[in-house]
Design a protein around this ligand. Sequence first.
Ligand SMILES: [Ca+2]
Ligand SMILES: [Ca+2]
Ligand SMILES: [Ca+2]
Ligand SMILES: [Ca+2]
Length: 340
Amino acid sequence: MKKIFGLILLGSILLSCDSGEIVVTSFDLEDSDLRLCGLETKVLYTTNSQDVYESMSLVLKNSAISTAEDRLRSETGDESLTLSSTNRLIYRIYNDEVPTSYFCSDIPPSNPEVLEEYVSSSRGTININTYYMDENGEADSDGDDLSNIEEGFDIDGENHLDSDGDGIPDYLDIDDDNDNVETSRELENPDGDPTTGEGEFRDTDEDGIPNYLDTDDDGDGSPTRNEVEIDPDSENSVLRPAINLNGADIPYYLDRSAAISEENDTFLENEIDRSIRTYITIRDFSLIKQDESGEEIKFARYDLGYFDETLEVIYNQPGEDEDTGEEVDEETDDDETDTE
Ligand SMILES: [Ca+2]
Ligand SMILES: [Ca+2]
Ligand SMILES: [Ca+2]
Ligand SMILES: [Ca+2]
């Protein structure tokens, strides 16, 4: 269908720019890497400066999607909007190159001059699809230096490995053994401790379980989570190992001769940065030429394109208080999104 429209448009739209040169457009700005501007009113746009100076922009003024500060979406999934007098697709041809600031200005600049303009009518649907780009084996979704596939990522999405059974799969869990020492830290081996094999993982107590999956790293019978503390100022830092309390310059949780039995029922906050892509498709709409002719061009589908963002996501364990990180009796949400 797209090709048919392309051919029709190619044959029917011959436009002259101010130099008198005949130019041809086919509205071929599809599948573009879109740029995003605006707060309350958002503009997604793409421009072309080859052969003809043109732009395709989607202007969205909708309270349902403008609440997330400068973002279009705050979570993944599908959403639909209708084209209207405020949600509009606009195609323009200009007499000169369009600067990057053009769509970000509150008041439209007078230059470059708009030679031709087509605006959508109040008919049609805008499909917004947002999905995680890091849902694959090669990515490292939780940023702990182990790829998803190394962390038991299931390509079918059904049976991801969850080593500590806390409900957060390893590939999204910054602390795979739930001992309050981040996996990324447990993979480091500055002291040359024993490993599980040649070039493999640090295994301080040589029990065959790598530290990042070992709930008692030094094998002293005191769980690692009791031998560390979470820094209240930075939440994700482990405080006690940084202090040389035992005089041996070895963190308690890695010192077999020093044990702390005091219970620790707090958890690290499991916040990770995830890569998301938002794809915009517009269906069953018309573009109306903004001149006396009122020429109408119908589209069945137009793939406007996509834009990429980083989304901070907090995964809470069942039974964990969102604010304090301490265990509570009631179950809390296991997924929360943030748009900072
Ligand atoms: Ca990882
Ligand atoms: Ca887990
Ligand atoms: Ca750990
Ligand atoms: Ca221990």
